[in-house]
Design a protein around this ligand. Structure first.
Ligand code: AMP
Length: 429
């Protein structure tokens, strides 16, 4: 199916073409006609599925078609609430891209920075508002934001809102929305609390389910290294020396851990930056931009800071610490393999983390291959001490052979890869 079949208006059709998109992703195919039909949606979809365009494109189309109603100062007609600043910025960029020929305007508001530039934009009048919950409530209280004219409301990454403790804020925002509205609800997972929230927001929604139950993106190659805690930094450095790694996102459990890993790498002359909630918004954005533009090779991040960041050409994700929540593993490795691209996810498992790894394998229902040959290996079946640097690493060769056997085109022909079959393994909600 091509984008033409989705009956998009010319200005949006043109923008989509300029973005280089040829085939709608499964979620776009399903969601766009339903949203254009003015129905509510309960969408279960991971990031990296093309979810943003699935809601941004029809919102732009609906607002374009209804445009003549609004003369004088623009009122906010669509509100998108998303948990993190990085996601808000990315969604804003998507609206700018797909809406560039529509004349519709948007603002992105998030905390951690001065509100002046944001309130200036709001005072000017905008059509679409993209916001994180805290700053939105703040500016609502200060009367910079009026939600009376909202026709289309999107709650993005609802499960993460819950994880991050934003549910109360979300309820307060929803209470201020007009009851007559169209609502689109997206979540990567559907635990009972999220279903309850969805039921309180949506009216006779159409369910769209793209995510197989916690199955990892099939294009991602995964592997695990058994290593002692004290050798993890050295192992990371050892792997990064492999010049084929152009861009690596390294996950640590804590901010402190992230800082330590980053320092070790920079001291070892590997270009690295860190991104976590202890950093100012400007520092985070700068680090992200440097990473996206490949000026920095390694970005060390905690889960919340990295949630949803959309980086093209990300070749490797490292689970420097194994997450204790198995779903987090899926979210993490989903940073690579985006938009149908391939990628490599490597996990460092120390003695105490083996139970976490077991839970992950249970969840994803596939065995993660073990890389045995590396200088810091420990025996996975016992609590042996690491062997000293006896062996030469074969990781480089392994990676090279992996590449030869099918990954050479990962970052080429990106747009064609949407042709792959949508996964029909549906989540029960
Ligand atoms: P998202 O799931 O919204 O974060 O999107 C992930 C990535 O997919 C982004 O980099 C988009 O630019 C890209 N993308 C979205 N839709 C398409 C499409 N139909 N064809 C190719 N790339 C797409």
């Amino acid at each position: 199916m091509s984008f033409e079949k989705l009956k998009l208006i010319k200005p949006i059709q043109q923008a989509v073409q300029e973005e280089g998109y040829k085939i709608p992703t499964p979620i776009q195919k399903q969601a766009i006609p339903v949203i254009l039909d003015r129905r509510d949606i309960l969408g279960c979809a991971q990031t990296g599925t093309g979810k943003t365009a699935a809601f941004a494109i029809p919102i732009l189309q609906i607002l374009s078609e209804d445009k003549e109603e609004h003369k004088g100062k623009r009122t906010i007609k669509s509100l998108i609430v998303t948990p993190t600043r990085e996601l808000a910025i990315q969604i804003g960029e998507s609206f700018n891209a797909y809406g560039r020929h529509t004349g519709l305007t948007n603002a992105v508001i998030y905390g951690g920075v001065s509100q002046k530039a944001q309130t200036d934009k709001l005072m000017h009048g905008i059509d679409i508002l993209i916001a994180t919950p805290g700053r939105l409530l703040d500016l609502m209280h200060q009367k910079y934001v009026n939600l009376h004219h909202i026709k289309l409301f999107v709650l993005d990454e609802a499960d993460r809102m819950l994880d991050m403790g934003f549910i109360h804020d979300v309820h307060m925002i929803i209470a201020k929305l007009p009851t007559k509205r169209q609502s689109l609800f997206f979540s990567a997972t559907m635990p009972p609390e999220i279903i309850k929230l969805a039921n309180s927001i949506l009216t006779q929604p159409v369910s769209i389910d793209i995510t197989p139950e916690f199955k990892t993106v099939e294009a991602i190659k995964q592997a695990v290294y058994y290593v002692s805690k004290s050798d993890k930094k050295k192992l990371l450095y050892h792997i990064l020396r492999n010049e084929k790694i152009t861009s690596a996102l390294v996950f640590t459990r804590t901010k402190h851990g992230a800082n330590q890993v980053c320092k070790y790498l920079t001291d070892s002359k590997v270009s690295a930056e860190v991104i976590h909630s202890g950093k100012s918004q400007n520092a985070r954005q700068r680090a992200l931009n440097n990473f996206k533009s490949l000026q920095t090779k390694v970005l060390v991040a905690t889960d919340i800071a990295a949630r949803g960041i959309d980086i093209e050409r990300l070749s490797h994700v490292f689970n420097y610490d194994i997450p204790n929540i198995p779903e987090t593993y899926v979210h993490r490795i989903g940073r690579t393999g985006r938009a149908g691209l391939g990628g490599i996810a490597l996990s460092f498992c120390e003695e105490e983390e083996r139970a976490y790894l077991k839970d992950i394998i249970k969840l994803i229902k596939i065995q993660i291959p073990v890389i045995h040959e590396h200088p810091y290996k420990v025996n996975p079946d016992s609590s042996q001490k690491p062997q000293q640097h006896k062996e030469k690493s074969t990781f480089t060769e392994k990676t090279g052979s992996q590449k030869k056997s099918g990954s050479s085109g990962y970052f080429k022909n990106k747009k064609k890869r949407w042709g792959r079959k949508p996964n029909t393994n549906k989540t029960k909600i």
